[in-house]
Write a protein that binds this ligand. Structure first.
Ligand SMILES: Nc1ncnc2c1ncn2[C@@H]1O[C@H](COP(=O)(O)OP(=O)(O)O)[C@@H](O)[C@H]1O
Ligand SMILES: [Mg+2]
Length: 325
């Protein structure tokens, strides 16, 4: 769709960690995708596949081993002056999985939320600062009385609302939500998702929404990318990905989502993945999924499959697909 504006362009990003003598851990290995302004891009994959590392690299918490990230036309890992770095750190925000660990227990909610306001000098007076915080509390469904309390006085869902208010305080364009609902009770998860959706509409926000479970991204995402062991294996519009999954890994993930209808749930076929995710240390150049793939052949153990556009917007990295574009 040509009317879409690319806000974030991730190109061949690699992030390797040295984890001992001659040991390289390829947490993210040659990942590319675009995120359009105003959309929610869901990123899924099992724990340890590199989602958080990718998020942290995009937002400049980590440098890169290779590749580039462009945000609104700016190479975020390039040579930037202080003003530009400051601008990026305001416009790109992150919300974390564990709202408790990411909120300073010794700070009052007022000061937690105002951290970014202070760092970016967004308030002209202490009255304005307080007014901004109180407004934000209301926006995320909390109230004025909460401003003078400490994080431990809140439930998990409320803490996540505080984390969201803190991210919103600096009026960002782009938010990486790194498993923002994984630590919450199921009954609270939908509330936080609804809040994120509402805020997106009101503030024209763009999200990278990270989850380890496909069912969590299904309703919130416009497009979804599936990661396996440092690589992107499939990427498509959400409805296309769920309706027509091509990669054996995506198929297995989708078949693991429970169906609400018990009769259907009993009778449907499941692809159960054998084995566990292999160690990401000293990986060889092959299809990383080959050790668990029911379709694996020799070529899979010897060659890296390239991301191929099977039909417009639907990308798959598997040796057994033919483009029908
Ligand atoms: N700072 C680090 N140093 C070394 N290894 C790391 C570091 N951060 C993450 N890793 C490793 O990188 C891989 C990907 O981790 P992570 O990005 O946290 O995955 P996910 O968020 O998908 O669970 C894991 O094997 C993890 O142990
Ligand atoms: Mg993570």
């Amino acid at each position: 769709m040509s009317d879409k504006e690319v806000l974030l362009q991730v190109k061949n990003i690699k992030k390797y960690f040295n984890v001992g003598k001659n040991k390289i851990l390829k947490a993210v290995d040659d990942v590319s995708f675009d995120i359009y302004r105003g959309e929610t891009f869901g990123l899924v994959g099992e724990s340890g596949c590199g989602k958080s590392t990718l998020g942290r690299t995009i937002i400049r918490l980590y440098g890169t081993t290779g590749g580039t990230v462009e945000f609104d036309g700016v190479n975020v890992h390039g040579n930037l002056n202080t003003a530009k770095k400051h601008e990026l750190s305001r416009r790109m925000q992150m919300i974390f999985q564990d709202p408790y660990a990411s909120l300073n227990p010794r700070m009052k909610v007022m000061d937690i939320i105002a951290e970014g306001i202070d760092a970016h000098r967004l308030a002209k007076s202490s009255q304005e600062r307080a007014r901004m915080v109180l407004e934000l509390l209301e926006v995320v469904g909390l109230n004025e009385e909460h401003a003078n309390r400490f994080p431990h006085e809140f439930s998990g869902g409320q803490r996540q609302r505080i984390g969201i208010a803190r991210a919103l305080a600096v009026d960002p364009d782009f938010i990486i939500a790194d498993e923002p609902i994984s630590a919450l009770d199921v009954s609270i998860q939908a509330q936080v998702i609804n809040l994120l959706k509402l805020l997106q509409e009101k503030r024209n926000l763009t999200y990278l929404f990270i989850a380890h479970d496909l069912s969590m991204v299904k309703h919130i995402s416009d497009r979804v990318g599936v990661m396996y062991l440092g690589s992107m294996v499939e990427l498509a519009d959400s409805s296309e990905l769920f309706g027509n999954p091509i990669h054996p890994y995506t198929q297995a993930l989708i078949s693991a989502i429970p169906l609400p209808d018990p009769d259907l749930e009993m009778s449907r076929s499941r692809t159960v993945l054998e084995g566990t995710i292999p160690s990401p240390i000293n990986l060889v150049d092959n299809c990383h999924f080959c050790s668990r793939c029911p379709k694996a052949k020799d070529i899979c153990r010897k060659q890296v499959p390239k991301m191929t556009e099977l039909k417009p917007g639907h990308w798959v990295a598997c040796h057994f697909i033919q483009s029908t574009k």
